[in-house]
Write a protein that binds this ligand. Structure first.
Ligand code: G1P
Ligand code: ZN
Length: 543
């Protein structure tokens, strides 16, 4: 085995987005492409000689090949040890858990999250630091900067490492540990939740369907929900991670998890439904004929956290991304705790969690989590709900309705316009940016604008500034429209439009969401001239 120094030239566009570098598989398969990025990570970190790294991914197509490349490069760059999930598998929250538990220098996660997989699908890679969380912008910027100037990378000419057999070994002069990808995570879950109560809930005959969408949550859900909590075999469906996710679009929302929605709307629906995404950091919570809006799920979790052993001590604070509904703000106000509003992307929660300012965090994009790791966590959210169902004896619908009755309902929806041409999409955002300075105090369709800006965030912990994080229009009655472009897509541009309206009157809480938001949807379309600028008469996905 010899260390090779390979000459290379930079690739354009290796700039990490909302959550790492995501591209089509074919882009990653180009000679040197992945190697350039991995070496840029190592270089931006000041080298990895003598350090321990965690490596794993969601099992999608190209995962195994990429793990081998990273093992060889880590060895050539002098890593002391690499901890790899068996088969190259580690869900994103499990990778975070392993980095924290073993105190490693950091980890490389291979995933394109909820984007489709397979040879024609997407692949992705991101670096997480020693707190277990996604690298902050100053590191991702440094990685990108390095990728624009790279001239060589180091790799080890070595046979493929056996990543399927548990145990220790070496590659070059680095140690390798192939670990059970589920064990550490399952142990952490048992420290947080009342497993006895949930076991009793299942034993009493309650039923559940967990749809893993043929992605990486399958092994985690099976071990925890079926093996440890005693739910009958078959509770987890599509539980085998497949390289192409069996053709599923592994995004747990009503538009993509259609099998689960049909089941939960059926005559003999189970008591509880849930789904998770490609890398198991997202979750969707479903009751009979009811999809719980992620923003509501965060609020309900926060409001009832005292029922869950790991959170019974109380919450230090909560945080939500700016486009996420303000439902959790009302809970925070009642609890007398801080509520932080951050830009989109989990990396912005890291400092708040590390500083002990926030205990729970959430995003409207089906992401919920806490200070137990530094990623959002799909299976964790499902266990939180199971714990609430078991502790209260109530159904999902009863918990949601009781919450709305107490706090009011924040009607909420996101409209995505996917695969737009980049230029008109940028033009649409720019035109809004030009408009916002003069909107406050004016009326749109009879509603007075209270605030209009391009959201910027000053991190209260390290003072870092992040600008241009989305256009928000807030009306006097508290309703809001937010526009931003996706930072995770791989095809053209995706425009996301978020709408929210608060309704205190319980008599109106049963309204259908799109109906309740009709006025705001119309204003959002007119203000940005969405159809004129994009040529689209309707969004691609409504959640
Ligand atoms: C999307 C979501 C965002 C989430 C990210 C990673 O990013 O909107 O909340 O953190 O995926 O899961 P976007 O494509 O909007 O930049
Ligand atoms: Zn994900």
């Amino acid at each position: 085995m010899s260390i090779q120094t390979v000459a290379t030239t930079p690739f354009e566009g290796q700039k990490p987005g909302t959550s790492g570098l995501r591209k089509k598989v074919g882009v990653f398969q180009q000679a040197h492409y992945l190697e350039n990025f991995v070496q840029s990570i190592f270089d931006a970190l000041g080298g990895i000689a003598g350090k321990t790294l965690v490596v794993g991914g969601d099992g999608r197509y190209h995962n195994r090949a990429a793990v081998q490349t990273i093992l060889q490069m880590a060895a050539a760059n002098g890593a002391a040890k690499v901890i790899v999930g068996q088969g190259g598998i580690l869900s994103t929250p499990a990778a975070s858990c392993v980095i924290r538990k073993y105190g490693t220098f950091g980890g490389i996660i291979l995933s394109a999250s909820h984007n489709p997989g397979g040879p024609d699908g997407d692949f992705g890679i991101k670096y997480n630091t020693d707190n277990g969380g996604p690298a902050p912008e100053k590191i991702t910027d440094a990685i990108y900067e390095r990728s624009t100037r790279i001239t060589e990378y180091k790799t080890l000419e070595a046979p493929l490492y056996d990543i399927d057999t548990l145990g220790g070994g070496t590659i070059g002069s680095s140690q390798v540990a192939v670990i059970d990808p589920v064990a550490d995570y399952a142990e952490l879950m048992q420290q947080l939740f009342d497993f006895d109560a949930i076991r009793a809930w299942f034993a009493a005959g309650h039923t559940m369907q967990f749809d893993a969408l043929s992605a990486v949550s399958g092994p985690y859900a099976r071990r925890v929900i079926e093996t440890l909590l005693g739910a009958p075999a078959g509770t987890v469906v599509n539980g085998e991670p497949l390289e192409d996710f069996g053709g599923h679009h592994p995004d747990p929302n009503p538009a993509h998890a259609t099998e689960l929605i049909a089941c939960m709307n059926g005559a003999d629906a189970p008591d509880f439904g849930a789904a998770s995404d490609g890398d198991a950091d997202r979750n969707m919570i479903v009751g009979r004929n009811l999809v719980v809006t992620p923003s509501d799920s965060l609020a309900i979790i926060a409001a009832n956290a005292q029922l869950v052993p790991g959170y019974a001590r109380g919450l230090a604070g909560v945080a939500r991304s700016m486009p996420t509904s303000c439902a959790v703000d009302r809970v925070a106000a009642k609890l007398g705790i801080a509520c932080y509003e951050t830009p989109t992307g989990w990396k912005f929660f890291g400092n708040l969690l590390d500083a002990g300012r926030a205990t729970l965090c959430g995003e409207e994009s089906y992401g919920t989590g806490s200070d137990h790791v530094r990623e959002k966590d799909g299976v964790w959210a499902v266990l939180f709900w199971l714990n609430l169902l078991a502790a209260t004896g109530k159904s999902v619908n009863e918990l949601v309705n009781a919450h709305w009755a107490e706090y009011g309902r924040n009607f909420y929806s996101r409209h995505d316009y996917e695969a737009l041409e980049t230029e008109p999409a940028n033009g649409l955002l720019q035109a809004l940016r030009d408009k916002v300075a003069t909107l406050a105090g004016t009326k749109l369709a009879g509603k007075t604008v209270q605030l209009a800006d391009d959201f910027a965030y000053d991190d209260p912990v390290d003072g870092s500034h992040s600008g241009k994080q989305g256009i928000r229009i807030v009306f006097e009655d508290g309703s809001r429209i937010v526009y931003r472009l996706s930072g995770t897509g791989t095809e053209g541009a995706t425009l996301r439009v978020y709408m929210e309206r608060y309704e205190a009157d319980p008599a109106l809480h049963g309204l259908e969401t799109q109906t309740a938001l009709a006025e705001l949807i119309a204003i959002a379309g007119d203000l940005a001239d969405i159809s004129g600028r994009t040529g689209r008469s309707a969004p691609t996905v409504v959640t």
